[in-house]
Write a protein that binds this ligand. Structure first.
Ligand code: SF4
Length: 747
């Protein structure tokens, strides 16, 4: 292997130009024949309806792909029977076909080679690429043990590579969505209620009388079912309270907007708890029956008055009291939304605990309009031999830190990949599936060091994302519209099953992840774990076990089942929470036992120096992270991000609407590209805001390249949550550079 893994621009060698196969030719014809088709609409063309569920975000809405006789996808619409979307897809789901038709897609396997002293990629056959990977994995296992292989994954395909790694003898499987996103929230709720809020969340927004959003911008984060339910709740007169330094879309629909000073949310939460307890307006019956640790909590929040919080949050005491009363009036049909991206300041489990405690004091969990009990439809796993037991696992990479991490922490797997003399648990090879680590992971230096040190780096993706340029082998995966996948069996308000099947044949030389996993597995002598020739067989077998058939699922797309358990706490019946004592833990003995605060405390966080502004980032309804920034359909709706700047700040800096500026952070890092200024009253003067996912610096992403700014390149200061290893990313500050900086944009 090369001693140093140089970044390779895939475009530089014109990859894939010769690899177009029958499927692509069909598509090429498609561009012109779609016009013919619109004329043909009068003669009612015959379109095939193929069931799928969307992969543009994790919500996985079920839909129908409409396909013409000559194999073109004309449109994707929601499945009316799916409670996760109610027949309506969001703009990204409707535009999902742009993932399939993107001309920049990866088209053929690539292998890193040296040519005239330069590193480059050469196109390879699947056999060559898969043989190469299997050989390297065997070498790694022989020298260092199978545990030295790790997987980073996101999305549906991760499951197949998890199976591969588990069969190989490693459980070093990390999803960046844990440490970088939902982990602190899941841990905080788990420590309080004995379980997390799941995904999609068990939030009963539809029937709530009061919804509190804290840094959660529903509507801009287009979690389909939640957005629909929030609009239903507004129609029914629910009170919406939004806490955000920015007037988000949700804030604009709210009765109360609390433009909090960023980084002080815990002070507000604690003072709300204070008001509920000391004004005696908490849900006494519920707390007496289901919670423990109330007296300790009462004593703990004694001094956290709204007057105390005012000095920290800049929110007036009256506003804090009024909003607490609104919650109490609505209880138990009230929901303090747990949020999703919760890795902010390094004390995020404690902030999530405070949110969970508030829900507990109001009696939300288990009551209509609060948090409901989920139920899913159980589908048996396709049989395979037992996995071998690894001699060490991701827990060893924690080195005694983060005792409440229930999943692998991305950054400790990365750390374990940096060689050190005598390091006991060393990772030597990575498979990266569907996650662009170069853009999504903070602490870039550490990431680069790790990637340079590996014996093998395989990237499986549909697009030439930045991470592909570091791979030894790049494997082109087909999109969700071209493959079978696991049945979607999410547990939620109603148990459902949804089918995804190929709407069209895979374009180019692309392959589904199940096939790639199986091919590598068989080359590693793990054929017994893949006892089928086609994934269709797996689905047929699974459905047969529950008296269903693939034919039926193809016809309906989604199947709903009657619940067997109640959705809320039943009057007169006892309910046990899933904690050790069966009660809601207002005081956490588990945290205390591990040396952490048993109840959340407020600690101050760093504030921007003069001339710097806190960098806040979020989402837009037409994009999902950086995954969609090259999707032609969605780029048409939003081609680039803009930096939101308060008018006072704009005046101070002489910034005009639509002017382009570069952003420089507290560590002197300057954005690769300039970003447009949006002057707006909708943001506090001490913060700026950008939508995450833009500013790609990989030229093969021909649409996304150089458009807007990438927030993660400016996130160089991280606060790690000691409880579960979450990487808090909101403690970064930026200033403006109005003239082109000397350092040229990287490409
Ligand atoms: S919310 Fe939108 S992007 Fe996400 S799965 Fe549903 S339709 Fe697709």
């Amino acid at each position: 292997m090369h001693s140093r893994r140089n970044f390779i621009k895939i475009s530089s060698i014109g990859i894939g130009a010769t690899a177009i196969t029958g499927g692509a030719i069909k598509w090429a014809i498609g561009a012109s024949s779609s016009q013919k088709l619109s004329g043909g609409l009068k003669s009612s063309p015959v379109w095939k309806k193929v069931p799928t569920y969307c992969e543009v975000c994790f919500w996985k809405c079920a839909g129908w792909a409409y396909v013409t006789e000559d194999g073109q996808i004309q449109k994707i619409i929601g499945n009316n029977d799916d409670p996760q979307c109610n027949g309506r897809l969001c703009p990204r789901g409707t535009g999902g076909v742009g993932m399939f038709s993107d001309p920049d897609r990866l088209k053929t396997p690539l292998i890193r080679v040296s040519k005239d002293g330069e590193q480059t990629y050469r196109e390879a056959s699947w056999d060559e690429a898969l043989d190469f990977i299997a050989k390297k994995m065997k070498e790694i296992a022989e020298k260092h043990g199978p545990e030295s292989m790790a997987l980073f994954n996101h999305g549906s395909s991760g499951k197949y590579f998890t199976h591969l790694l588990n069969a190989f003898g490693s459980n070093n499987v990390a999803a960046p969505s844990f440490a970088q996103c939902r982990g602190p929230r899941d841990t905080g709720f788990d420590l309080t209620f004995g379980e997390s809020v799941s995904s999609p969340e068990v939030t009963d927004i539809r029937d709530t009388r009061c919804l509190v959003l804290i840094g959660s911008h529903i509507g801009e984060n287009m979690h389909n079912g939640q957005v629909q339910e929030m609009s239903e709740a507004i129609d029914k007169g629910a009170v919406i309270i939004t806490v955000d330094p920015r007037l988000s879309t949700a804030a604009s629909k709210s009765k109360y907007w609390l433009p909090i000073k960023p980084s002080t949310d815990l002070a507000l939460l604690l003072s709300w708890i204070h008001v509920l307890i000391y004004d005696d307006i908490y849900n006494k019956e519920y707390v007496a029956k289901y919670a423990e640790g109330f007296n300790e909590l009462k004593e703990h929040v004694k001094d956290y008055t709204p007057e105390w919080a005012y000095g920290i949050t800049t929110l007036k005491p009256e506003l804090i009291r009024n909003t607490a009363r609104e919650m109490a009036n609505a209880a138990p049909s009230v929901l303090i939304h747990p949020g999703r991206h919760a890795s902010w300041y390094g004390d995020d489990v404690q902030r999530s605990r405070a949110i969970a405690i508030l829900n507990g004091l109001l009696g939300s969990w288990g009551n209509r309009g609060g948090l409901f009990f989920k139920e899913g439809f159980k589908i048996p796993e396709f049989p395979h031999p037992e996995y071998p037991k690894p001699t060490w696992s991701w827990q060893n990479t924690l080195n005694g830190r983060y005792p409440f991490a229930k999943e692998a922490v991305t950054n400790t797997i990365i750390e374990a990949s940096i060689p050190e003399d005598g390091k006991e648990h060393q990772i030597k090879g990575w498979i990266v599936s569907g996650t662009n680590l170069v853009v999504s992971i903070p602490l870039k230096e550490q990431l680069m060091k790790a990637m340079q040190s590996l014996d093998l780096l395989v990237v499986v993706d549909t697009m030439p994302m930045e991470i592909t340029g570091f791979a030894d082998v790049v494997l082109p995966e087909c999109t969700y519209l071209e493959r079978y996948d696991d049945l979607r069996a999410t547990a939620h308000r109603e148990p459902t099953l949804a089918l995804r099947m190929p709407a069209v044949e895979p374009l180019y030389e692309t392959k589904p992840a199940w096939w790639i996993s199986k091919q590598i597995g068989e080359r590693l002598g793990l054929g017994a774990y893949y006892n089928y020739t086609d994934f269709k067989e797996v689905l047929e077998w699974q459905l047969k076990q529950v008296d269903l058939s693939l034919n039926e699922m193809e016809r309906v797309g989604v199947k709903k089942f009657a619940r067997k358990t109640p959705v809320y706490i039943q009057p007169g019946l006892d309910h046990q929470f899933k904690t050790a004592s069966g009660k809601i833990q207002l005081f956490s003995h588990e945290l205390e036992g591990a040396g952490f605060d048993p109840m959340p405390k407020y600690t101050a966080h760093a504030q921007p120096e003069d001339g710097f502004y806190r960098l806040i980032y979020g989402r837009a309804p037409m994009h999902t992270f950086s995954r969609t920034a090259n999707n032609r359909n969605l780029v048409a709706l939003m081609p680039e991000n803009a930096v939101w700047v308060n008018p006072q700040v704009a005046e101070l800096w002489g910034l005009k609407k639509d002017q382009y500026v570069w952003l420089k952070n507290q560590d002197g890092v300057v954005s690769n590209f300039p970003v447009k200024v949006r002057v707006t009253q909708r943001i506090r003067w001490d913060s700026v805001y950008i939508v995450h996912g833009f500013g790609h610096h990989h030229k093969p992403l021909t649409y996304a390249f150089g458009r807007g700014v990438n927030d993660t390149e400016l996130i160089t200061s991280i606060k790690i949550d000691p409880i579960m290893g979450g990487t808090g990313m909101r403690g970064n500050f930026v200033t403006f550079i109005k003239d082109k900086p000397r350092q040229e944009a990287k490409s």
